[in-house]
Design a protein around this ligand. Structure first.
Ligand SMILES: [Zn+2]
Length: 299
């Protein structure tokens, strides 16, 4: 009997994920489109093309769109360039609000590949995956017209830093933390590198430190939806990502959903020219999109 009940619960979970509106293949087409734009490095033509597309898409669904322009520093070529946070706001006056965010820029160098060190990272996973999920999700946020406010934020200049030194990473969220758009979100979820075909999300250590309740909420939803194999109940690495300035400087409890282990056949793909759509999957995007959608509905 117990076995039958468990089987029924698994079946209901699978059905539930099936009826959720997040379209895996449309989201994946957004991932591919970004890679087709070329590298989205601050100061490059790809940045401008992608920025304009993100703004155009945001304007379709959000009540207001704010473009935060600031100066970002690129240590790879020692230049200062323009960078843009794109902030799509739903119910912008509502002080009860949440934030969903991701970075949309890509890394100028492949510093994990010694042969192709100077080749920009295509950023299918590292840049395009989170952006694709939030673009697809915006359509559904507009449809449910939530009773709370929602800020969907695409950070620029996240990946300019030098490995092992936090200084030039996360320049977009740093800027926002110092120049927030009010009213400020009460809590938030950051997504980064969630397109990996073999998606596994461990509990990121800073998320557990700053927002343990939010970790619990999100992991419970993932389990309900049948994504327990993806959302692992172990604390993993501590990662300096855009949620750190949000937690420390802006005071917004924020967790980071990130799969830092990005390998294919035993070979690292992260920060190499191999970060391509072939190593990502529509289903991975959907698992994250579904969890975020249900989380929003319950706020
Ligand atoms: Zn990166």
């Amino acid at each position: 009997m117990k076995r039958i009940i468990i089987l029924c619960l698994v079946f209901i979970s699978v059905l539930l994920a099936d009826v959720l509106p997040f379209d895996a293949f449309r989201a994946f087409s957004y991932l591919e489109k970004q890679v087709d734009f070329g590298p989205r490095i601050p100061g490059s033509p790809g940045q401008i093309i992608c920025r304009d597309w993100l703004v155009e898409q945001s304007l379709i669904y959000a009540d207001t769109v704010v473009i935060q322009q600031y100066k970002a520093y690129r240590p790879d070529n020692k230049t200062t360039v323009d960078a843009f946070n794109i902030i799509a706001r739903f119910s912008p006056e509502n002080s009860k609000r949440v934030m969903l965010s991701t970075h949309w820029d890509t890394r100028p160098i492949s510093d994990k590949d010694f042969v192709y060190y100077n080749t920009p990272v295509p950023g299918a996973n590292d840049g395009a995956s989170g952006t694709a999920v939030l673009l697809e999700l915006m359509k559904h946020i507009a449809n449910i017209a939530p009773t709370i406010g929602v800020d969907v934020i695409f950070w620029d200049a996240e990946d300019m830093g030098i490995a092992g030194n936090g200084k030039y990473f996360c320049q977009g969220s740093e800027y926002y933390a110092e120049n927030p758009i009010l009213p400020l979100a009460n809590k938030g979820i950051l997504i980064d590198m969630i397109g990996d075909r073999d998606l596994e999300i461990f509990i990121e250590a800073n998320s557990m430190r700053y927002a343990p309740e939010l970790v619990k909420e999100v992991w419970a939803i993932a389990k309900e939806l049948g994504y327990g194999q993806i959302f692992r109940k172990q604390v993993g690495a501590e990662i300096y990502d855009d949620h750190v300035p949000l937690n420390i400087k802006a005071g917004i409890p924020t967790i980071d959903l990130i799969d830092f282990h990005y390998y294919y056949k035993g070979k690292n793909i992260w920060h190499t020219p191999r970060d391509l759509p072939a190593h990502c999957s529509p289903q991975s995007l959907k698992s994250i999109g579904d969890v975020l959608y249900i989380w929003l509905l319950r706020q």
